[in-house]
Write a protein that binds this ligand. Structure first.
Ligand code: UDP
Length: 237
């Protein structure tokens, strides 16, 4: 079954690349993520990716240790670039063209992100991997994912997590919590159902960008989730 989406924005968190570890990139997990992305690209879906950096450095943690927050967030954004280079290269090794972009200017490392150049690359069949978040401190890569999805005219944001959707409460602390099939932006924000940060949900709401939350280890894989197999929650109106 073909994907119903022409162009998607996939958010890959740092933890997806670290696997069972809390730090760094674990090659088997990097390869597994790259394989899932290559499968979707080979179905004919254009794929843009925003990578996180929590497996390398989080600005909040640096700030808690006394580093100035703006500097700490710059360090976090550089961490996302390391992941972007690794993921883009791994996708290429799975037989799909891929190009990394950076939100910050670092010409010897990657092309600087512009929506125009990233869209051209998508139309030419490249999977674009966007590092550096929004390029601004005090933001997260979840917000970057929503922002880039809107800028690049994507149909949907895919957010892979450790759970298979959005629950009425934290399923780890309350086993009776139920999973939503669909849920509105306002409900997610009002109930503070922390799957993405509030800024990301508010930006999605204001621009009518749907978000599909699914489990990274769903047996159907990302391709299956896009085809409507597998479990997920659709956040939208
Ligand atoms: N970051 C930032 N601005 C952005 C995106 C990210 O300053 O627009 C920094 C921030 O310090 C954050 C770090 O990069 O902690 C890593 O990103 P994030 O925590 O979103 O990664 P994830 O949790 O998805 O792995």
């Amino acid at each position: 079954m073909p994907s119903p989406y022409k162009r998607i924005l996939l958010k890959v968190s740092g933890e997806a690349l670290a696997g069972d570890n809390s730090f760094g990139i674990e090659p088997p997990f990097l390869q597994a993520v790259a394989q899932q992305i290559a499968d979707v690209a080979q179905m004919g879906t254009q794929v843009a990716i925003v990578v996180g950096g929590g497996n390398i450095f989080r600005g909040m943690a640096g700030a808690a240790d006394g580093t100035d927050r703006v500097t700490a967030d710059l360090m976090g954004m550089l961490g996302t670039m390391i992941n972007a280079l690794a993921l883009s290269n791994a996708i290429t090794r799975h037989g799909v063209k891929s190009k990394p972009f950076s939100a910050a200017t670092m010409p010897s490392v990657a092309d600087t992100f512009t929506a125009r150049d990233a869209k051209l690359a998508l139309e030419e069949g490249f999977v674009v991997v966007l590092g550096g978040g929004t390029g601004n401190p005090f933001f997260t890569t979840d917000t970057a994912a929503t922002l880039r999805a809107i800028e690049l005219d994507c149909d949907v944001v895919l957010k892979g997590t450790k759970v298979d959707g959005v629950y009425s409460e934290d399923p780890k602390t309350n086993p009776a919590a139920t999973r939503y099939t669909t849920v509105g932006y306002d409900e997610v924000i009002a109930k503070n159902l922390k799957v993405m940060d509030t800024a990301a949900f508010a930006l999605a709401r204001d621009n009518a960008m749907p978000i599909i939350v699914y489990a990274l280890d769903d047996a159907a894989g990302l391709a299956g989730v896009l085809e409507g197999r597998g479990l997920s929650t659709r956040v939208g109106d």
